[in-house]
Write a protein that binds this ligand. Structure first.
Ligand code: SF4
Length: 340
């Protein structure tokens, strides 16, 4: 890979179309004129070549409980060293991390980090793995790929917290080095995605199916926004699709909205709405359904799908009780779907 003046590095997944470069990393397929960047702000055409502007540049590096991602069925009780940078291929007006997701690389102080730095940092922070998170990690592909390979080779786990807006080829490329993904499924309504995220729903559904086929552990987060994606019919459609397309053992997290960024006119999600969503998901047959962003609620605990025993009790982002023997419920011996 070559570099150019402002510290960028030649990107992968692009072709030339006329006098533009066409980025093929995500379903936007931006056609970018010379001197311009794509929708995500971090991939730029410079003299007819596409460069990533964020290789080795992190906005934050923090050890987090894996429960915070949220990943509840993946190495519970461990910490992951969590890396974010800037940029996003969505433009959601409700983004809770908009100060980095909607910024350009030059607008934020970014720390330099080399792939070879990552494993020593994981060890120094006593983490069991790495999470690529805070902003959209798939647009950081070249760096997360190089680092994840090294992290896996050193015996640690890797995970993405992602909107799922990535094309098949790059997802297949990183899959051998990616253990888990928490994927946002914001709605089943394409109109919601077009209007609020400036994206489409089908590529997200395709990513969910492909990630599971590739053997990546997946969990789904649905941020429930009052008046936008909170109808019973919407919850029914989503949970039915999950059961039929991915299976009944995929953990689903309904997350409470709070007013932020350009959506401060909407109220917090009523607890009643979250309760309705939870019940619809359970009625659809999903075994593991959670309600998040509501401190210390009982729907953050994992129940045995056979006998109902509370096998993992959570308090905030920590585990206050573990009633599993390996993956088995100590009460009835049922195997609980969890990656250890
Ligand atoms: S990754 Fe960025 S530049 Fe590439 S297609 Fe997506 S939004 Fe456009």
């Amino acid at each position: 890979m070559s570099t150019f003046g402002n510290g960028g590095r030649e990107a992968r997944f692009w072709t030339t179309e006329g006098d533009r470069v066409k980025c093929e990393l995500c379903p936007h397929f931006c056609k970018i004129a010379d001197g311009k960047a794509g929708i995500c702000r971090v991939r730029k055409n410079e003299g007819g070549k596409l460069y990533t502007l964020i290789y080795g540049k992190a906005s934050s590096i923090t050890p987090d409980p894996i429960e915070k991602k949220p990943l509840f069925h993946f190495h519970p009780g461990t910490h992951s060293l969590s890396f974010g940078t800037v940029g996003c291929n969505y433009s959601c007006p409700f983004c809770q991390n908009y100060s980095i997701s909607q910024s350009k690389p030059e607008d934020v102080h970014l720390k330099k980090v080399d792939p070879e730095d990552v494993v020593p940092l994981v060890e120094k922070n006593r983490c069991e793995g790495v999470s690529w998170t805070y902003n959209e990690p798939s647009i950081w592909h070249e760096f997360t790929y190089d680092c994840s390979k090294l992290v896996k080779e050193a015996g640690y786990y890797t995970s993405y917290v992602t909107n799922g807006y990535i094309n098949e080829e790059p997802l297949r490329e990183i899959a051998p080095y990616l253990d888990a993904m928490n994927i946002d499924l914001k709605s089943m309504d394409d109109g919601f995605y077009k209007r609020l995220c400036k994206a489409r729903v089908q590529p997200v559904l395709d990513t969910l199916v492909l990630a599971e086929e590739l053997g990546i552990h997946i969990e789904i987060t649905n941020l429930v926004i009052p008046g936008e994606n909170d109808t019973k019919e919407g919850f029914e459609k989503m949970t039915k699709w999950i059961v039929e397309s991915l299976g009944d053992d995929v953990p689903l997290h309904f997350s409470r909205f709070h007013p932020d960024y350009q959506m401060i006119d909407h109220p917090r999600t009523p607890l009643k709405t979250l309760g309705t969503a939870y019940q619809i998901a359970k009625d659809a047959g999903l075994k593991y359904v959670y309600v998040g962003n509501v401190p210390s609620n009982e729907r953050e605990n994992t129940m045995c799908p056979n006998c109902g025993n509370m096998v993992i009790e959570r308090w905030g982002f920590s585990i206050s009780k573990n009633d599993l023997d390996g993956k088995r419920c100590k009460n009835c011996g049922e195997t609980v779907d969890v990656v250890l």
